[in-house]
Write a protein that binds this ligand. Structure first.
Ligand code: PXP
Length: 385
């Protein structure tokens, strides 16, 4: 089940955005459990196909081949797209090639759903209505991921001298004014950076969303139910670690995590679980009742070679798709910076990024407004316009 995307266009490199949006189109049409093959070819190849199957000796942008109605199968059919024609059309319309390919894939899929806009029995109005609906849904679902900024390390600088500046509460105001979608803080058991006072004040001042990262301990659950952040992200915590080192082992701690999720839900607080991109962790997260996972992107961020990065990227993309299929929201974070975020932003299922250290580090040099805006522009690269 799923999508097979075949690139038969010599020298054309598929972008991650293209790869991922095909499955998003299927999901938007409610057909995620069906199979679809998409072939990207040259004008020459599509002319040949057009001649052979439809008796027309000219290039075209897209041709769909459905399954015979009597065949009961999960296969919807094949969509063949000419990259040459798509590129010309994109230039004429002043849009990106990715966006044109997306529109043509949606067009091809609407044909496979049984709608027709040419030939006998065609209902052009119904076809266009369905096509518009589908594109609107795809774009709506993946307009752009949110960017939430973790201000812990503003407090780290404060704690270097144990005084009152810089204040993470003031930093959060600047982050919001620069256009970020939320503020994140991690209240650690040892209070090494963020303090109880910070979380209380942030609850009163944050205008967007406040995410509280915390360990699933009795003490923290009590604090969360008093402060009532917009969402809690449960993370593992070790006293001696410099920063969160790995995801929560939900598969091993399912009983305890389920209890913590239940307690937070009783206080009407939604819960996200910070997990490594591994199937057993995602599936266990679903069973706990949490509505969201945050995928730990540390292994991707620290990959030593492009091959390792590709492998970690694929793993994150696959687990994001799995979580979305299970009906969960998907966030991602840890180790993300100005070099590695744009690639992840193309994963359609990731609805939110949580980024701290790199943004605070840049803010020290260029100011918070510029640091946040530069990161926002990278997250924006993954959007469909
Ligand atoms: N998400 C979670 C759950 C984290 O624990 C952290 C680190 O506090 C981050 C995201 C942000 O990581 P970084 O500071 O490396 O951007």
């Amino acid at each position: 089940m799923g999508v097979e995307l075949k690139n038969d266009y010599p020298g054309f490199r598929l972008t991650v955005a293209t790869e991922r949006t095909v499955s998003l189109i299927l999901r938007s049409a409610g057909l995620q459990h069906k199979e679809l093959s998409v072939y990207l070819v040259t004008d020459e190849k599509i002319t040949q196909i057009n001649r052979e199957w439809l008796g027309r000796s000219r290039p075209t942008n897209v041709i769909s081949f459905g399954q015979p109605a009597q065949l009961i199968t999960d296969l919807l059919g094949d969509v063949v797209i000419s990259v040459d024609t798509a590129r010309k059309e994109a230039e004429e319309a002043g849009i990106s090639l990715e966006n044109r390919l997306l529109a043509l894939m949606a067009h091809g899929l609407v044909h496979l759903m049984g709608y027709d806009h040419e030939g006998p029995g065609a209902d052009t109005a119904a076809f266009e209505k369905k096509e518009k609906e589908l594109l609107k849904k795809v774009k709506g679902e993946k307009s752009m991921a949110d960017l939430c900024i973790n201000v812990d390390h503003v407090a780290t600088i404060r704690e270097a001298r144990g005084g009152v500046e810089p204040d993470p509460v003031a930093a959060a105001v600047l982050v919001e004014l620069a256009g970020a979608d939320g503020i994140v803080v991690h209240l650690r058991e040892d209070r090494r950076h963020i303090k109880d006072r910070d979380v209380k004040l942030l609850r009163q001042t944050v205008q967007t969303r406040l995410t509280l990262e915390m360990a699933a301990t009795e003490e923290m659950i009590k604090i969360a139910t008093e402060i009532r952040p917009d969402i809690v992200t449960l993370v593992p915590e070790k006293r001696e670690e410099l920063t969160t080192e790995g995801g929560l082992d939900v598969a091993a701690l399912e009983h305890e995590i389920t209890r913590a999720v239940g307690r937070l839900h009783d206080a009407s607080i939604p819960v996200s679980l910070f997990v490594d991109p591994e199937r057993e962790q995602v599936e266990a997260s679903k069973r706990t009742g949490a509505e969201c996972i945050e995928i730990h992107t540390g292994r991707y961020a620290e990959a030593a070679t492009p091959e390792k990065e590709d492998k970690e990227f694929e793993q994150i993309a696959e687990m994001a798709a799995l979580a979305a299929d299970l009906g969960m929201q998907v966030h991602a974070g840890h180790g993300l910076n100005y070099q590695n975020t744009a690639r992840l932003a193309a994963i359609a299922e990731i609805a939110e990024f949580s980024i701290g250290h790199s943004v605070v580090s840049r803010a020290v040099l260029v100011g918070m407004e510029q640091a946040v805006k530069e990161m926002l522009s990278l997250v924006k690269k993954g959007r469909i316009v």
